[in-house]
Write a protein that binds this ligand. Sequence first.
Ligand SMILES: [Zn+2]
Ligand SMILES: [Zn+2]
Length: 331
Amino acid sequence: MSTQPSSCMRLYRPGEALVRETRPLPAAGPGQVLLEVRACGVCRTDLHLIDGELPHPRLPVVPGHEIVGVVLACGEGVSYATGTRLGVPWLGYTCGRCEFCLSGRENLCDQAAFTGYQIDGGYAQHAVADARYCFELPDTLDDAHTAPLLCAGLIGYRSWRMAGDARHIGIYGFGAAAHLVTQVAIAKGQDVYAFTRPGDLAAQQFALQLGARWAGSSEKSAPVPLDAAIIFAPVGSLVPAALRAVRKGGTVICGGIHMSDIPSLPYSLLWGERTIRSVANLTRQDGIEFLALAAKIGIQPSVELFTLDRANEALARVRAGTLSGAAVLIP
Ligand SMILES: [Zn+2]
Ligand SMILES: [Zn+2]
C-alpha cells in the first residue's frame, strides 16, 4: 500500500457532522479499480444516512455515491487503462445468484451493498470500487456536470420509466432528480407539472425555465388531471396529495429511499385502479440506458460546486432546499 495520504470526509455516528480526515491511499483489490475522484454529487440519500434513517450503515463510512473519477490503478482481473473516466453509482455489489439478480432485478438483491453506505464512497480524493458496477461515461459533459447523473439522474430515470407513457406528469419536490427528469420527460414530448414547497418561488421559477408546463405549491391542486406523479420529496403526506391529483388508472411513484410516514387515507383516493409504488436502487442496465439517453438528448445538469471540506455546508443546503439543481463536491 502506498503511503501517499488521501483526504476524505467521514461519518462516525448518525446525527453528527462529517469529519475531514487523512487516510493512506486505498489500494485496489482483485476486481477493483482505484479512482482519483474528480467530482462527487451530494444526494438527498446522504442526508438520510447522516440522519440515521437508513438501517445498518457500515460506520465509519465515507458517503457519496455519484462519483466521477479517473482510473489510477486496477486490481487483479481488471484492465482499464490508467486515466479512463468512470462513474460509480449507488449499487456497489450484488450476489449475482438470487432470484432477483437472475431476473433482471438486481436492484432488489438481498445481498446488495451500496456505495457511500456499506462501501466507502466519493466524499474523498480517492475511491475504490468494484469494476463490474462502474459505468464508462459519455464525454458530452464535464466531471462536475456528469456526477448528478449517477444517482439523481439514474433514480429519476427509473422513476420516470414507471410513469409509462403518461402525457401529464406531476413531480413533487423540485431538487436534483426532478430537474433532470423534467428534461427527459420534455424531450419525450410529455408535459411536466412541478409541485414545490409552498412559497418556494425560486424552485417554481427554475422548473418553468426548464420547460415545465406549470409550477406551484404542493398544497395546490393540479391544473389538469395527471396521468402519473413522481414524488422525490421525502414527505409522506404528499402521497395522498398526489393520489388526489392523478386520474383513474394513474400511478404515484415514490422515488426516494426514505419518506416520513404516509398518513391514512380514504380508499376512494386509491379507487379507480390508481397505483402507488416505490422505486428501489438501480440496475446496471438502468445506468447504461440512462447515460446513453442523457448524452443523446443533451441533458444539462445545473450544479453548484463545493470543495470537499465544505461537504457539511453542501448537505445543509440540500436539506434547506436552497439549491437550483445539484450540489457537487470537487476534491
Ligand atoms: Zn442477488
Ligand atoms: Zn442518491
